[in-house]
Design a binder for this molecule. Structure first.
Ligand code: NAP
Length: 257
């Protein structure tokens, strides 16, 4: 696998439990020696995340609701105090109201639309902006997680598909901004995996069955496969790649009928 990351540091947003894709990414980066800061969204998650983090080497654990500029500031102040610099950022955060992940998209409320975009798309830009000063001179890497519902209609994915389209466009604009500083940003478009967020999408089991039946690899992907791709995108092995969406989806995105 890629080069060791022993002198590098990273921050991970979006660990809820052991099924979280952010946790798979954390394990992959930690396995190559990166020192990590894990953040969790609410106090309700703290005990579980601290327990999980016992599997990592000396992580920093902090609370961060990404809709709060104060909490974002406080995370990066703590990282600066503790690590002094930052090399990588993994954004694994998304949210939409459960009732808007079912039925017709046109029922989406303005409030639900704004909330989904604030948490799932704008937050990438908010955390990236705050990370940049700590990445100065370090060829920083930023990775976010997206889904094919941004480009194609996936039943019940609704407002989250629109937010993911905004997230992927943000990756391209950010890539152009930060490339001149030597930093890179990419998205991983993951196939469906049963997680807390995914269970909010009505009919999620049918999506898993569909991928197993129709993707080129005829199986669903694993969190480990997402984690390993994150590791690749955070290592020098992907030095020439930025602004891209990399599919980890058993090849499903190539299929027509
Ligand atoms: P997950 O374990 O539920 O992770 C989502 C995380 O976002 C949770 O920790 C959640 O915390 C957090 N979050 C929600 N609102 C937040 C806020 N205001 N501030 C900070 N954190 C907040 O589910 P996941 O499937 O791993 O999702 C991770 C990413 O992968 C998401 O962007 C998702 O869209 C993407 N993705 C998932 C799949 C899939 O099939 N699972 C496929 C492609 C892409 P709470 O639990 O407190 O809400």
């Amino acid at each position: 696998m890629p080069t060791k990351l022993t002198d590098r540091t990273g921050v991970i947003f979006g660990v809820a439990n052991k099924r979280s894709l952010a946790w798979s990414c954390a394990k992959a980066l930690d396995s190559q020696g990166m020192r990590l800061c894990l953040t969790y969204a609410t106090d309700r998650l703290e005990a579980g995340v601290r327990k999980l983090a016992e599997e990592l080497t000396n992580p920093l654990i902090l609370r961060c609701d990404v809709t709060s500029p104060e909490e974002i500031d406080s995370v990066f102040e703590e990282i600066e105090r503790e690590f002094g610099h930052l090399d990588s950022l993994l954004h694994g955060v998304a949210f939409a109201k459960r009732e808007e992940l079912a039925g017709d998209f046109y029922h989406t409320s303005k409030e639900g639309y704004m909330l989904a975009h604030e948490v799932s798309a704008y937050s990438l830009t908010a955390v990236a902006r705050r990370a940049l000063p700590l990445m100065e001179g370090r060829e920083g890497t930023i990775v976010t997680l997206t889904y094919i519902g941004s480009e194609r209609v996936v039943r019940n994915y609704n407002v989250m598909g629109i937010a993911k389209a905004a997230l992927e466009a943000s990756v391209r604009y950010l890539a152009n901004d930060i490339g001149r500083l030597g930093h890179r940003v990419n998205a991983i478009s993951a196939g469906p995996i049963r997680t807390l967020s995914a269970s909010g999408v009505e009919g999620f089991s049918k999506i898993l069955d569909h991928i197993e039946a129709h993707s080129p690899l005829r199986r669903n992907i694993t969190g480990e496969e997402v984690g390993n791709t994150c590791l690749f995108l955070c290592s020098n092995m992907s030095h020439g790649i930025t602004g891209s969406t990399i599919y980890v989806d058993s090849g499903y995105h190539i299929m027509g009928v």
